[in-house]
Design a protein around this ligand. Structure first.
Ligand SMILES: [Ca+2]
Length: 239
């Protein structure tokens, strides 16, 4: 039965695969589709950019693509990276670190009045669930140092506490009232939708992001699932 379902979903994805090579490899469990859909659900609501990396080396290019296609020209810009720092994200974050100088230079050229902040998130049971790594800052060295300080670990099950990361960025960053507000979410696993006792949900973050005084666009960069991630996907499919 699972094979038939897998075949059906694979066939339904086939036209999209012809249109774009950026879609990650599809697995028989169907859960990767869950990740892609969860990301699009976050970014489509506000007309933000939905990007998918082809692999770790493609992450910096996708970051620059969001800057090019997702930010308004001629306005002050506040941009907060909300980053999954669980174990499977190591090579993707290293790629972002290595090209952060070029990415920032690119951003500054297009948007001279810009501030950048960073929020890291993991999951329950890890060293932290979410934390502010850098409050919105104009200084290039501090932004680079913030990115360089990101370490990966933990994660446990496949899903991570994406909504805790977004909630922290929305509530605990010093957004400038007159700036255009943007989150760039970078991760490879879908959000936990099963934390019934947690107020941080899809509905809560979307409502907060849409508040007129805040008006934050949530752009997403879905990271291609590496070997560890594939193993976790397969495990979830068997539960
Ligand atoms: Ca997890």
């Amino acid at each position: 039965m699972r094979q038939w379902l897998g075949l059906l979903v694979a066939l339904s994805l086939a036209p999209a695969c012809r249109l774009s090579t950026r879609l990650p490899i599809f697995t028989a469990s169907g859960n990767l589709r869950v990740t892609v859909d969860a990301w699009a659900r976050l970014s489509n609501a506000s007309g933000a950019v939905t990007a998918t990396s082809k692999g770790a080396d493609d992450v910096p290019e996708q970051m620059r693509r969001v800057n090019r296609d997702g930010l308004p020209s001629g306005a002050p810009v506040d941009l907060v990276y909300v980053v999954d720092t669980t174990g499977s994200m190591g090579d993707d974050i290293n790629a972002a670190k290595a090209q952060m100088r070029a990415t920032l230079a690119d951003l500054t050229r297009q948007h001279p009045d810009r501030k950048v902040g960073i929020v890291a998130y993991r999951d329950r049971g890890d060293a932290y669930v979410a934390r502010v790594v850098l409050a919105l800052d104009v200084d290039e060295r501090r932004i680079q140092a913030g990115i360089d300080s990101l370490r990966t670990g933990g994660g446990g099950d496949l899903r991570e506490h994406v909504y805790a990361g977004l909630d922290m960025a929305l509530h605990e960053q010093p957004w400038r009232p007159a700036a255009s507000h943007h989150i760039v979410l970078i991760g490879d696993a879908p959000p936990h939708e099963d934390y019934a006792d947690d107020p941080r949900t899809y509905a809560s973050v979307m409502a907060e992001a849409a508040r007129p005084e805040l008006a934050v666009k949530i752009h997403t960069i879905g990271v291609t699932c590496d070997a560890d991630c594939q193993k976790a996907l397969a495990a979830e499919g068997e539960r």
